[in-house]
Write a protein that binds this ligand. Structure first.
Ligand code: MN3
Length: 257
């Protein structure tokens, strides 16, 4: 009998146990079931694929954005989805030493440098890596007093460009709501002008020479566990956890670029 038959290796069972806080108990139980002889014969796990990119850690705990973005979503979104983009990109770049020298941002701006056979794969996976690396930083735990919103020069610039902060948010909400299928809504700096845009799949505004200041992931994987089909409720909750300090820094850097 194979060891795996003794292990409850049904992913759902384990995940459920861990979610219920039974992780350590489950681990102890499963360890007791495992025949030691079998363990000793198990070859060491294959090393993680190496490559130019690494998964950046979340800048806060998984639960930090509750109740606006739930813990389980953050865990799966970061540890599974973002990790998959990184791993797939590294695999595609394994025999592309010249492309691997570029930063991921440079690579998605110059996809024409990539062989056609891997161009779409790089577009999706390096795009996904770049987008999510920004997205985690664009959010922060909500203050008890509520989100103060943009301030200072950024607030003035948003008001000047869109008429008011509320009008800016309304336009961004529309971009996020109307994006059909999977994609992103963005606040970008485009030739020195603040604009709202949206992209399909994992396309980035960087691919069009724009600088992303704030992005909202409207793939179902970003909200479905908590909000199911209610994308609008997720978009409303997102505003509670926007990290305006980060957006302001992005704006400063973008203007200087
Ligand atoms: Mn995502």
């Amino acid at each position: 009998m194979k060891n795996s038959c003794l292990l409850p290796d049904n992913g759902f069972t384990r995940r459920t146990a861990f979610r219920l806080g039974l992780g350590s108990i489950a681990a102890t139980l499963f360890a007791g079931i495992l025949p030691q002889r079998g363990l000793a014969q198990t070859p060491p796990a294959a090393p993680a694929p190496t490559g130019p990119y690494t998964l950046p850690p979340l800048p806060y705990p998984y639960e930090a954005l509750e109740p606006n973005i739930d813990t389980w979503t953050m865990q799966i979104h970061h540890d599974k989805h973002h990790k998959a983009y990184v791993d797939n990109a590294n695999k595609l770049l394994a025999d592309q030493p010249e492309l691997a020298k570029l930063s991921p941002e440079e690579l998605i701006r110059h996809l024409d440098k990539a062989p056609e056979s891997i161009r779409t794969g790089l577009r999706n996976n390096v795009g996904g890596h770049v987008n999510h690396s920004l997205f985690w930083q664009m959010m922060a735990p909500a203050a008890a007093s509520g989100n103060p919103g943009p301030t200072g020069e950024l607030a003035a610039a948003l008001t000047k460009s869109f008429g008011s902060i509320e009008a800016f948010q309304k336009q961004m909400n529309e971009a996020a709501t109307k994006r059909f299928g999977s994609g992103w809504a963005w606040l970008v700096l485009n030739n020195g002008k603040l604009e709202i845009t949206s992209t399909a799949n994992q396309d980035s505004p960087i691919m069009d020479g724009q600088i992303p200041l704030l992005g909202l992931d409207v793939w179902e994987h970003a909200y479905y566990l908590k909000y199911q089909n209610r994308r609008a409720d997720y978009i409303t909750a997102f505003w509670n956890v926007v990290n305006w300090n980060f957006v302001a820094k992005q704006y400063e850097k973008a203007k200087a670029a």
